[in-house]
Design a protein around this ligand. Sequence first.
Ligand code: R1P
Ligand code: URA
Length: 260
Amino acid sequence: MKPFALYHIGFNRQDLGESPPRMALLCGDPERSRQIAEETPGVTLLKTLSLQRGLNSYLVRLANDRPLLIATSGMGGPSLSIVVNELYQVGIRQMVRVGTCGAIADNITTGSVVISQAALCRQGAAEDIAPLEYPAAADPFLTVALVEAARTLDIPWHLGITASVDTFYEGQERSQSSANPRLLRRLQGITEEYRQLNILNYEMEAGTLFKMSGVYGFAAACICAVLADRSRSEKVEIEKKEQAIQGAIQVALHMALRQR
Ligand SMILES: O=P(O)(O)O[C@H]1O[C@H](CO)[C@@H](O)[C@H]1O
Ligand SMILES: O=c1cc[nH]c(=O)[nH]1
């Protein structure tokens, strides 16, 4: 490991150069981070910063010559909280999650994107950061910028409240596709309850990210590609994955290009 690198992310402020980025795109999946950095037209890879622990991070340049950090949060609030803490320490002040999700609202189909204005935060890690009742809200400016980018690119989008939970199976009321078909009573029917509360989608990081942004004082936003349609099935539609993720990536990059 390089000297003085932040322990988990594996790089430090100096590694970001003389004109360091203020914004990071944050993916749960390291392969998505690599794909953005190495295979996306308009993105020039300047440096692979670290591949430590699968928390792949890359310094890139956009077509307007602005630097951007592409980083990996890992899955769930605990991993994300470590990465976000260390990204803040190296000077990142805008963090945009580019993730995947399952649709709860019955008008949302796979292949579209959901932009989160806030999160219902049912996440244990977030309780170490702020009280339960602390708001998990996205930055309004970045959020509107994501919506404008989706509109411009004509990618089907939805804006609303996201449910951020700690587990993919039990917490998202999966029983048929889970090793454990017996759900706790409090989780039986939770998806329909959320639907009635006008919650759009399930994912596993935004709530913790948003609470951290409020407490630390940085701007956060979240866009997720919809891979599962929970009104119809528990399954992730693998055949839609690439196209849906490409949509979310393109929207996030379009937004990043237009930041002042
Ligand atoms: O695709 P990513 O960004 O990892 O996001 C979603 O996918 C994972 C579960 O499959 C969780 O991390 C969830 O939030
Ligand atoms: O259904 C899904 C799909 C992706 N990510 C989630 O957390 N849930």
